[in-house]
Design a protein around this ligand. Structure first.
Ligand SMILES: *[C@@H]1O[C@H](CO)[C@@H](O)[C@H](O)[C@H]1NC(C)=O
Length: 265
């Protein structure tokens, strides 16, 4: 299995040795619009330095994450799993550089005990959710924790955000937002919530770990995109009207979050 095939969830990779270039390996939000500064004060930029022996070197994985309390960030497991170092940048809608993201260092990463990849080329993920505990609490200025969903969203419409690749082929410099429809997951996907948007739009690599928000409540964490046609590589089909986005259903993880953080979000 090649290195590329192992990064088919919505992650984005940048080689640590080519730290200045933020090179992408696979295909952010297509056809989104710029978020205003501080429009999403719960959004953070998450960068993990990962060393996977099969890849032969270290690389940076860039993702989104959501502030759920002054010390805790919720993100996707594949954003931090296997990482020796995770840094978080909060308080801005501007994308941080992968190699110097900010000053907020993770003290601890808690990857869901049942996190796993499966399916053709490990395109799918289960329990793809993780907590990042910050060394120092956020100071609250221009940052805010969001409440976690207790059940199903009241509406079938939400917003997704991220600094992932755009239809121009570059990572977004300004946080992108996109209105999406919440759909029944086309394939049996336990503890997931699925989204679809107008053809030409959708999430893409680099948006992983970011939120699906409905009326300001956190309902999902971005994991991967999927297509009914399994001969296609989902990450080559960002913005394809046939693809859908799979988010971990946060309401299913309330107790897990509570158990590990002690907070009742
Ligand atoms: C998570 O990281 C560990 C340690 O690097 C690794 O053994 C495991 O295979 C990873 N899990 C997945 C699903 O990639």
């Amino acid at each position: 299995m090649g290195a590329l095939a192992r990064c088919l969830v919505l992650c984005a990779l940048a080689s640590a040795s080519a730290a200045g270039s933020d090179r992408h390996v696979s295909l952010g939000i297509f056809d989104g619009t710029d978020a205003a500064e501080h429009e999403f004060p719960s959004q953070v930029f998450v960068v993990s330095l990962i060393n996977e022996p099969w890849r032969g070197n270290s690389f940076y994985r860039t993702c989104g994450g959501t502030i759920i309390s002054a010390k805790w960030i919720l993100t996707a497991a594949h954003c931090v799993n296997g990482s020796a170092r995770t840094e978080v940048r909060a308080g801005s809608s501007a994308r941080g550089p992968a190699w110097r993201p900010g000053k907020l260092l993770a003290k601890r990463r808690i990857v869901h005990e049942k996190y796993r990849l499966y399916g053709r080329n490990d395109n799918n993920a289960a329990d793809d959710i993780a907590l990042v505990e910050l060394e120092l609490p956020l100071d609250g200025r221009r940052m805010a924790a969001v409440p976690i969903a207790k059940g199903k969203p009241a509406r079938r419409r939400g917003v997704v955000i991220g600094w992932g690749l755009t239809e121009q082929g570059d990572f977004a410099k300004i946080l992108q937002k996109l209105d999406v429809n919440i759909i029944p997951c086309p394939e049996k996907t336990p503890k997931a919530i699925c989204i679809r948007s107008a053809p030409g739009s959708g999430v893409c690599s680099g948006d992983s770990g970011g939120p699906l928000l409905v009326d300001g409540v956190l309902h999902g964490v971005a994991s991967y995109i999927d297509l009914a046609d399994k001969t296609l590589e989902p990450n080559d089909h960002c913005g394809d009207g046939r693809a859908w986005g799979v988010y971990m259903r946060v309401a299913s993880y309330r107790r897990w979050i509570q158990r590990h953080t002690g907070i009742a979000p």
